[in-house]
Design a protein around this ligand. Structure first.
Ligand code: ITT
Length: 200
């Protein structure tokens, strides 16, 4: 059985990744997908890159060193708000501190956009997926989903900034979408489907 180890400690991401990759078949075999924790890999990773793609590569390569023959993937993602010069961007997880709740982070971003019209509240989620093959080759796919920042938190699905990220297709936040609806249009869904294409 082919094995993928996904280098993330974020459970919200991991749940989406498992759903999106569930139909992957390589060389006629189903693929087992485990998080680094499930694979028993617990290492500190310094995300000091300057782009989503660079940080995804850093995470995937760090875990690949311990992955013995498995394909290793990593996701680096974040929210870019145009009016805030693309903040929080690559610092999305660290914005206001890694341990600060998303209720606080989301409220803070809404406050920073007070009085800003819907036309100027444009934003996007970005996702870079890096993939390290057992022979050491690395490739990266990146994708986005465009939307705008809402005036209040809405919905309880998803994770992170989902309650404030409104999508044009539905006029709802990504936290109001089902997992299937979000994965079908999301930055992560698109980037992982591009990775699947490349692997096939
Ligand atoms: P790993 O590095 O262990 O994968 P992380 O949470 O630190 O976990 P990132 O450095 O890639 O991951 O930070 C991404 C942050 O961007 C994440 O913590 C969320 O706050 C936000 N984000 C990314 N994708 C999102 C999504 O689909 N919905 C909501 N927020 C998202």
């Amino acid at each position: 059985m082919q094995e993928i180890i996904f280098a993330t400690g974020n459970e919200g991401k991991m749940k989406e990744v498992k759903m999106i990759l569930a139909d992957l078949v390589l060389d006629g075999e189903k693929v087992s997908i485990r998080s680094m924790k499930e694979a028993g890999i617990d290492i500190p990773i310094l995300e000091n890159g300057k782009s989503f793609a660079e940080n995804a590569g850093i995470k995937a390569k760090a875990v690949a060193a311990f992955a013995k023959g498995a394909i290793v993937m990593a996701d680096d993602s974040g929210l870019e708000i145009d009016y805030l010069n693309k903040e929080p961007g690559i610092y999305s997880a660290r914005y206001l501190g890694e341990d600060t709740s998303y209720r606080v982070k989301n409220q803070n971003l809404i406050e920073r956009l007070e009085g800003v019209s819907e036309r100027e509240r444009t934003a996007r989620f970005v996702c870079a997926i890096a993939c390290v093959m057992p022979d050491g080759r690395l490739f990266t796919k990146e994708a986005t989903i465009e939307g705008w920042i809402g005036y209040e938190e809405k919905g309880t699905n998803g994770f992170g900034y989902d309650p404030i990220f409104m999508v044009y297709e539905y006029g709802k936040s990504t936290a109001e979408l089902s997992e299937e609806e979000k994965n079908a249009i999301s930055h992560r869904g698109k980037a992982l489907r591009a990775v699947k294409e490349e692997l096939r």
